[in-house]
Design a protein around this ligand. Structure first.
Ligand code: AKG
Length: 341
């Protein structure tokens, strides 16, 4: 098992070669940011999505252009979001010895650790993670769920249940924004509830921020992703029209993005955006990404109502498994390209 990035940040005087981004890789230029342009990531009021056509139109525009938005009035109290941030921080604050109790197996994602290494050429991300399956409940691997802080499990369970409620609202709103049946996306989830993974991301300060990335450019394999940003430290950027835009911190908002599976189900109308994370020299950053998606036993594909003579089917029906996604992701490739007709 490699050293955790937190240990490298604390003890190494030289940046290990394996983290250095190459200028010639796709999107390899770490400094190519559009920091001078004000970010225009749309803000959507979730409480209006069931009643306001205007808000539905805003949602549609947001996810057909940016693929993401800042969700406000989503129903989770700011004080509870702070609690989620606190248990996440307390976990990463534990000693290295204590955290290693939750270390993932070398070839598995579940648990605590840094990038899973799949090839000698892979460039590593400047982040440590705790990766947990949350739903369905019977698939939880509780040996990886921290016992310390003592309320970690309860808080994460509660948070993810609340996220699932918002997820259902968003899936229906997406469908209505296209004049489709409310359940046309959720029907593809099958009879069981969604699958949900939580990824706690810890980015230590880095003396070489122009040489590394917190997370390499990628799009998500989920249907929908819910990101709880750090309260103070920015770092996330989204690619739009060939430019990187910083995603600002909006108090108490959740940053929501479309994943590959909704891009496929919407036959390419909604975009699963490429995004990446920059790091900085001074401040650690902690975020929590929750990935919601159908059970993998079920194939997904474009909704029939969206396929017409003028808008032919763009994607095959696929079983979008975690392994299928990560085989491409770790090599910096987009999994969705393998789904195109
Ligand atoms: O930490 C962030 O801002 C984004 C994390 C992310 O993209 C991921 O976990 O896939």
């Amino acid at each position: 098992m490699n050293l955790q990035v937190q240990d490298i940040a604390a003890h190494c005087e030289q940046l290990p070669e394996r983290f250095i981004r190459k200028q010639d890789e796709e999107y390899g230029n770490v400094t190519n940011s559009n920091a001078s342009s004000p970010a225009k990531i749309p803000v959507i009021d979730v409480s209006l999505l069931t009643s306001s056509h205007l808000e539905l139109d805003k949602l549609k525009t947001a996810i057909t252009t940016w693929g993401c938005f800042q969700a406000i009035n989503h129903g989770i109290e700011g004080s509870f979001l702070d609690k989620v941030r606190e248990v996440s921080r307390l976990f990463f604050d534990l000693s290295a010895e204590e955290k290693k109790k939750y270390l993932r197996e070398e070839n598995d994602l579940e648990g605590y650790g840094n990038d899973m290494v799949l090839s000698d050429h892979q460039i590593l991300d400047w982040t440590d993670r705790l990766y947990l399956t949350v739903f369905p409940k019977h698939q939880r691997m509780l040996q990886f769920w921290p016992k310390n802080p003592t309320d970690f499990r309860e808080v994460v369970d509660d948070y993810c249940s609340k996220i699932e409620l918002i997820n259902q609202v968003i899936l229906k709103a997406m469908a209505r924004s296209l004049n489709l049946e409310d359940n046309c996306f959720s029907d593809q989830y099958g009879t069981t509830n969604s699958k949900m993974f939580a990824r706690f991301n810890y980015y230590p300060p880095c003396p070489w921020p122009d040489k590394v990335l917190g997370v390499k450019p990628h799009a998500d394999g989920s249907a929908v992703t819910f990101l709880l940003q750090d309260k103070e430290v920015e770092g996330l950027q989204v690619l739009k029209d060939g430019q990187w835009f910083g995603v600002p911190i909006v108090p108490d908002a959740l940053t929501i993005n479309v994943g590959d599976q909704i891009e496929i189900m919407s036959n390419g109308i909604f975009k699963s955006p490429v995004h990446r994370v920059l790091v900085n020299t001074k401040n650690q950053r902690i975020t929590l990404a929750v990935f919601c998606m159908p059970q993998t036993e079920k194939d997904i594909g474009p909704v029939e109502g969206l396929i017409t003579d003028g808008t032919p089917r763009l994607y095959k029906n696929v079983t979008y498994s975690r392994d299928f996604f990560f085989q491409n992701y770790q090599h910096g490739k987009r999994t969705i390209d393998a789904c195109k007709i």
